[in-house]
Design a protein around this ligand. Structure first.
Ligand SMILES: Nc1ncnc2c1ncn2[C@@H]1O[C@H](COP(=O)(O)OP(=O)(O)OP(=O)(O)O)[C@@H](O)[C@H]1O
Ligand SMILES: [Mg+2]
Length: 463
């Protein structure tokens, strides 16, 4: 494909305009203007690739025109044309984002080389953009977002991803897609060529988190590697550091992280050399940081540093329009994976999906569809396959919650998934006891189908 670059020439001297236009017309699309005002109007409607801009224009001078152009279209490259005596102004122009400058009287040889360099820069930029888009479409896991609530979130994410250093804090209930959004931020940002380093702050033992994040020098502590070790922050240089479950960081690690965010510098444990690493910090948590801050378990100053931009991911219950598209997406994904031939979801099953109380959000929906696909033949996914009821929001919690008083959450938090599992296990065992071990009857008592019952029984290794 032959790409023709477009160049604007802006000079009040007719001879300069005509001379330049004549020598460039053969290879490029050229337009000439004698004033800044005309040029700005043209940039607004039809921005070129490159502008050769005289500094000493009458009326609005070249520097002001440059400022306006960069405000309208920051990607346009601008080469300033100047007389010798304007050298101080050239410096200001370069600071304002001019690509280069050429001196009057113009010498064609030098001018051609400068233009060639500028156009090569443009070509490379376009290539990078093309490759980034290609990479994105090939690598980004499908993100389903049909409801206005999630589309607003993705719009914000698309905007903030572009500024490569802004820290972003993603908040939302478990299973709402925070990790997927963190990956989207990385892939959509200029840092996408760098690494995405994910740190699960809850999974690393508290006494190791500092050395994992900041690294250590040899002999820093007993058990340290001979050679010392790079920390995850260093690994994330020029990329994205994703601090998942950031609400689980110890107060000591929080203090160190805060220092790094404030100063951009840190020391490895046992190190004397200050390290300076550029990386974007994205963090996420499903914890209620407000309560943690009230209890003194999460630093307020760190909260503000991490959450320069806050992204609140809505729960699935608030994203009604997403439920069926997500279900279909997972149905086809698992159908393919398990070599089944599902063609769709029955009306009753759709109603049940829409009215279910999704406390585990998208993760819960994904698991239910996976189990449905695994445990039945199809071709339609039915309400029995889902093992949920079309009975409106929160039937279970209402049935239990009214009568039962649950113990309070301990200071160190609670693993909700294991609580949920124990509860499921308890009721499966109770149902078996009540029905003398008859699985079909036990499943009925728990209002799930036989397949689902057996699936849970196996998963939870019940008696
Ligand atoms: N919009 C979406 N489109 C497709 N898949 C999604 C979407 N949102 C979430 N998922 C899938 O749901 C599952 C849970 O998402 P994810 O791990 O990002 O949740 P999370 O908010 O990080 O949860 P937690 O707080 O428990 O860590 C993943 O398998 C993810 O791929
Ligand atoms: Mg997560």
């Amino acid at each position: 494909m032959i790409v023709t670059y477009s160049i604007y020439i802006v000079d009040d001297e007719q001879s300069v305009r005509e001379g330049l236009a004549m020598s460039l017309e053969e290879d490029y699309q050229v337009k000439a203007f004698s004033t800044g005002e005309e040029t700005i109007d043209a940039v607004k409607t039809n921005p070129p690739d490159l502008i050769l801009l005289d500094i000493g224009l009458p009326g609005m001078n070249g520097i002001e025109v440059l400022k306006k152009i960069k405000g309208i279209c920051p990607d346009v490259l601008v080469i300033m044309i100047t007389a010798y005596e304007d050298i101080n102004t050239v410096v200001s122009a370069m600071k304002l984002g001019a690509y280069d400058y050429i001196m009057k009287p113009l010498q064609m040889e030098g001018l051609e080389a400068t233009i060639r360099n500028a156009l090569e820069t443009i070509r490379l930029r376009k290539e990078i953009q093309f490759l980034q888009e290609k990479y994105l479409t090939e690598n980004f896991p499908c993100f389903i977002g049909e409801s206005n609530a999630i589309q607003d979130v993705m719009e914000l994410v698309g905007m903030v991803a572009k500024s490569p250093n802004t820290p972003i804090l993603i908040l939302g209930e478990t299973g709402t897609g925070k990790e997927l959004i963190a990956r989207a931020i990385h892939l959509k940002s200029p840092n996408f060529k760098g690494p995405l380093v994910t740190v699960n702050c809850a999974a690393i033992p508290r006494d190791l988190i500092e050395s994992e994040l900041f690294g250590y020098e040899k002999g820093a502590f007993s058990g340290a590697k001979e050679s010392g070790k790079k920390g995850l922050i260093e690994e994330a240089v020029n990329g994205t550091l994703f601090l998942d479950e950031v609400g689980d960081l110890s107060l000591e690690a929080q203090a160190k992280l805060l220092r790094f965010l404030e100063e951009g510098e840190f020391y490895r444990i046992g190190g004397i050399k200050k390290l300076n690493v550029k990386t974007r910090v994205v963090s996420a948590t499903n914890k209620d940081l407000d309560s943690l801050m009230e209890e003194g378990l999460f630093r307020k100053d760190l909260y503000f540093r991490l959450g320069v931009v806050k992204v609140q991911v809505p729960s699935l219950n608030k994203r009604q329009d997403c439920i069926i598209p997500l279900s279909k997406h997972f149905l086809f994904e698992f159908s393919r994976k398990f070599n089944k031939k599902f063609t769709g979801i029955s009306l009753k099953a759709k109603d049940a999906l829409k009215s279910h109380n999704w406390t585990g959000n998208v993760r819960e929906l994904k698991n239910i569809i996976e189990r449905g696909v695994l445990t039945s033949k199809g071709p339609e996914l039915t309400i029995e396959d889902l093992g949920i009821e079309a009975v409106g929001r929160s039937p279970a919690s209402e049935q239990i919650g009214v009568k039962t008083k649950f113990p309070p959450i301990p200071r160190g938090g609670i693993d909700i998934r294991s609580v949920q599992e124990s509860l499921e296990k308890y009721y499966i065992e109770e149902a078996l006891k009540m029905t003398g071990g008859n699985e079909t009857k036990a499943a009925k008592l728990l209002k799930i189908n036989h397949h689902t019952f057996r699936y849970h029984r196996k998963r939870l290794r019940t008696k």
